[in-house]
Structure formats: structure tokens, C-alpha cells
Ligand binder design. Structure first.
Ligand SMILES: [Zn+2]
Ligand SMILES: [Zn+2]
Ligand SMILES: [Zn+2]
Length: 486
């Protein structure tokens, strides 16, 4: 390990710190998963080896469960799937994702031990399982997983005690990391990355973690499905400084972040942003109309109204009832405007949803208006190199391009590209997409400046081909929390 080492972080247990100075975009470490599995819900649409979303997948002829892009992926995934394949056949059906992951971890441990590379900084036995922190309700599900695991685990594999099985399932519960598809837009599976488990949380972190599914290249088929996470510096990090990532989205007030962190990861956040409640005022602020502040009572009332509506909106969104989503959001915006500030997080949530859904419904003009408001708000709240900010700016850029606002679109795509070069790196598929978009919008902008008529007719044609379509449908399972908790 060139950039990091394990140390005792005061009040946090083990952590990682930098061993030398790092700068924005530096990769502090890259790590393949110890094991990973596709979610139950995605099992038929995602390749079980490279985790790419594909229209057509080939089913494993043996278990009829695992699916692959092609023979190359199937071969690459066979080592991990071999014992699982036989176990699924004997068990009669695939068990749940947690059980599948636990089994893959234990098969690998039985074969290679719990440290599988010189770069692995911890054994799996030493990772926290937080079993004694699990709530009564969750404990029931947890026991079901243990029971199912023991049923599923083949008789001819090495037997494990209930304690070691529950330790691994506990580790998965609090450290299982969301694995996304190739574009990084949707969580499609869960994996265990031992070094990443050592990186502590900070609400205003100095690093970000990104999954890179590897390059799709015909030449180096060896690296075809080399998914790995990268820990990337967001700014300057001095030697000796602890490296941190944010487990939860910063767009919550400190009390809510602390509650989420306690519930899901079992600790009390004492970071600077939580202790000093930094930016909480902006996130809950009222508007100023002609230099006069809106009365606090009114701000509170609309905040509460929005909170309730947002819950309803989430439900409609999960049901893919997009007309209902738009209706609820419009009701919200009507109440919010001139009462809530443009940095109020409930207002920004509505802007974000409206821009995404309206763009999906092809109301590009209106979508772009909300996208701009969203980005303006995000810029005042997020760290300038935050990955969510980069992704939102990219989406806003595409929406402006769709609406024909080529100057703003190009500006946003350039800004997004600058952020993603740091948070995702130059080889990530999304960064490559952005680079192509940057070239396209630059060319279109030049054309626009020379001859508006030619530009508009070309844009019509381009919209029909949809070369820059980002999302077929607004995603339900956005990646807001790093580690996965049920
Ligand atoms: Zn594949
Ligand atoms: Zn199989
Ligand atoms: Zn905090």
C-alpha cells in the first residue's frame, strides 16, 4: 500500500490514514471485491460476472440462475460460481443475496484464507459485525438468513460454526457495499471490500469511493470484468491525515444525518459539520421577499407540508406513476416558492425530481428550468468536488441540451466533466461519456454561433437518434448511501 496505512483513530476504532501527501483525483487505493453478488431483484437483467446491464443474457445451463453477457464473462465468473452453481442445484432454488454473498465469501476463505492479497490491510475475522447492535425486528430476519445459510451450505463443503456464519452475515449487514452497473447510475448488487470497510465516515469527507467495472475492450479480455472500487482524494490530503468518506448524503441536516448513521451504522457522528451544524441554516432556510424575511412560522408550516408530500411522492415514484409524481411536486413548488429559500433541501428535492421526471416525459423546457435551480442550490451546499454534484450537473447539462439551450448545456457538461475527472477518473465509462458529450456540445455550440438554423435542424435529428440519452427511466434505487443496510 503506497498511500494509506491502518491506525487507531481516536474515538472511532481502526481507521486509515495517508502515509504521504495526496491531491484531488489521486487514487489512494483500488480494490477488487473479496466477493460480490447481483441483487435478487436484478438477477435476470445484470451479468453475474461483470455486473453490466444487458438486453440479452445467457443463462448458466446448470443452475439456470446465473446469467452472463457471453462465454467470456461466464468463464471469468466460473471460479466464483462453480461451488455456488452446484449448491443452488441441490438446494433447488437460489437463496437470498445476503446468503449467496456469505457463501461466496466463505468458499473463498476456505480456499485462500481470509487475506487474499498483499494489499489487503485486514482479515475478515477482524471486521466489525455489530451483531449486538441489531434491533429486535432486524434480528428476526438475521436469524432467518443464518438458518437459510445452514440449509444451503453443501455437505461436502467445509463445515462452519454458527458463530462464524453469523459473523460474516453481520459484516455483510453493516459493510456490504453497493455495487453499481457500468454507468454508475443504479445499484445492482452488493460486495465486500475489506480495505474499504476500514475507511471511517465524515459528513464532509476528504475522499470519495467509486466503483469502476473495468474497461470493455476486445483487446485485453483479461481485464474484461475486473470490477474494483477506487478511493479517490477530493482535495489535498496531508501525510498523517485520516482518510474519510461519507456514508450518507450530505443533503440532510446534521440531526438527520446523525440519526441515519446511528440507525444504519451504529455510531454517533461527531464530525465538525455535525458538531457545528454547518449549513443546517441554509438547508432549512426561508426565502427573502423584497428584502423581508418570510416569518418563521410560515417556513415551518411549508417545510412540514413538503415533508409529508415528499413521502407520498417517493411512493408514487417507486410505483413508476410519473404523472402522479409531477402532480405532487407541482403542489409542493407552488407552496414553496417565495417561502422557502433556494437552498432549502425539500425545495431542492422537488426540483431534482421534477427535472428528472419531466425530462423522462419529454417536457424538456420545464425540466431544464428545475435542473438549473437544483444545480444552483447544490453548488451552495455540496463540496465543490462532490460526486453527487458532478452527476447532477451532468444530468442538468443533458436536459439543457435536450431543450436546445446549447450554451448552458455545454457549460454544465464542462463543469461536470471537471468534477468527474476527480471523483470517477478518466477511465470510468461515465467520464468517457461526458468527454464525448463535451466534444459534441462544443461542436454544436460553434455551429449555433455560426448558423442557428442549421443548428436547430441538426438538433432535431440528433434528438431522434438519442445519442445522449442518459436514463431510460428515472431510477428508483438511487445510490445515496454507500453501504447497504436493509
Ligand atoms: Zn458480463
Ligand atoms: Zn450455474
Ligand atoms: Zn457528521
Amino acid at each position: 500500500m503506497e498511500f494509506v496505512e491502518v491506525f487507531d483513530s481516536p474515538g472511532k476504532g481502526r481507521g486509515l490514514r495517508a502515509t504521504k501527501e495526496a491531491w484531488a483525483g489521486d487514487v489512494l487505493f483500488a480494490e477488487p471485491p473479496f466477493a460480490s453478488v447481483v441483487f435478487d431483484s436484478q438477477a435476470s437483467s445484470i451479468c453475474h460476472s461483470c455486473f453490466r446491464r444487458q438486453e440479452k443474457l445467457q443463462r448458466c445451463g446448470q443452475c439456470r440462475f446465473a446469467q452472463y453477457c457471453d462465454k467470456t464473462c461466464q468463464r471469468a465468473g466460473w471460479e466464483e460460481h462453480k461451488l455456488e452453481c452446484a449448491a443452488i442445484k441441490t438446494y433447488g432454488k437460489p437463496p437470498s443475496e445476503n446468503v449467496r454473498l456469505a457463501a461466496r465469501i466463505l468458499w473463498r476463505m476456505d480456499k485462500q484464507g481470509s487475506v487474499v492479497s498483499d494489499n489487503q490491510l485486514t482479515t475478515l475475522e477482524d471486521l466489525e459485525d455489530h451483531i449486538c447492535d441489531i434491533s429486535e425486528d432486524d434480528l428476526k430476519d438475521f436469524k432467518v438468513d443464518i438458518h437459510n445459510f445452514l440449509d444451503y451450505w453443501p455437505r461436502n463443503s467445509k463445515p462452519h460454526t454458527v458463530d462464524s456464519v453469523s459473523h460474516i452475515l453481520g459484516v455483510i449487514n453493516c459493510n456490504g457495499f453497493m455495487v453499481s452497473d457500468q454507468r454508475g447510475l443504479q445499484a445492482v448488487g452488493v460486495g465486500l471490500f475489506p480495505n474499504l470497510c476500514l475507511v471511517n465516515h465524515d459528513c464532509w469527507p476528504n475522499c470519495t469511493v467509486i466503483l469502476n467495472n473495468g474497461n470493455q475492450s476486445a483487446i485485453d479480455t483479461v481485464f474484461h470484468s475486473q470490477k474494483r472500487i477506487e478511493l479517490r482524494a477530493l482535495g489535498k490530503i496531508s501525510a498523517g491525515e485520516e482518510v474519510t468518506v461519507a456514508y450518507v448524503d450530505y443533503l440532510n441536516v446534521s440531526a438527520d444525518r446523525q440519526r441515519l448513521l446511528k440507525q444504519q451504522y451504529f455510531f454517533d457522528c461527531t464530525c465538525k459539520h455535525c458538531t457545528e451544524k454547518i449549513k443546517d441554516d441554509l438547508k432549512m432556510a426561508g426565502a427573502e421577499v423584497d428584502g423581508v424575511k418570510v416569518p418563521e412560522e410560515q417556513v415551518k408550516e411549508v417545510t412540514e407540508f413538503s415533508r409529508q408530500k415528499l413521502e407520498k411522492m417517493e411512493k408514487a415514484r417507486i410505483e413508476a406513476n410519473y404523472n402522479e409524481v409531477v402532480k405532487i411536486c407541482r403542489e409542493c413548488v407552488e407552496k414553496q416558492e417565495n417561502v422557502l429559500a433556494d437552498t432549502h433541501i425539500y425545495y431542492l428535492r422537488v426540483c431534482c425530481t421534477l427535472s428528472e421526471v419531466l425530462s423522462y416525459l419529454q417536457f424538456f423546457d420545464e425540466a431544464s428550468e428545475y435542473a438549473r435551480k437544483m444545480v444552483d442550490g447544490y453548488l451552495k451546499l455540496y463540496h465543490p468536488n462532490n460526486a453527487q454534484l458532478g452527476m447532477a450537473t451532468m444530468r442538468a447539462g443533458v436536459t439543457h441540451w435536450q431543450a436546445g439551450f446549447i450554451e448552458v448545456a455545454h457549460g454544465m457538461i464542462c463543469k461536470a466533466f471537471a468534477i468527474l475527472m476527480i471523483t470517477h477518473g478518466p477511465t470510468h465509462p461515465i467520464t468517457k461519456d461526458l468527454e464525448a458529450m463535451r466534444m459534441q456540445t462544443e461542436m454544436e455550440l460553434r455551429m449555433f454561433q455560426q448558423n442557428e438554423y442549421v443548428y436547430h435542424s441538426m438538433r432535431e435529428a440528433a434528438l431522434k437518434n438519442q445519442p445522449m440519452r442518459m436514463m431510460a427511466e428515472p431510477t428508483n434505487e438511487g445510490i445515496k448511501n454507500l453501504f447497504r443496510r436493509k
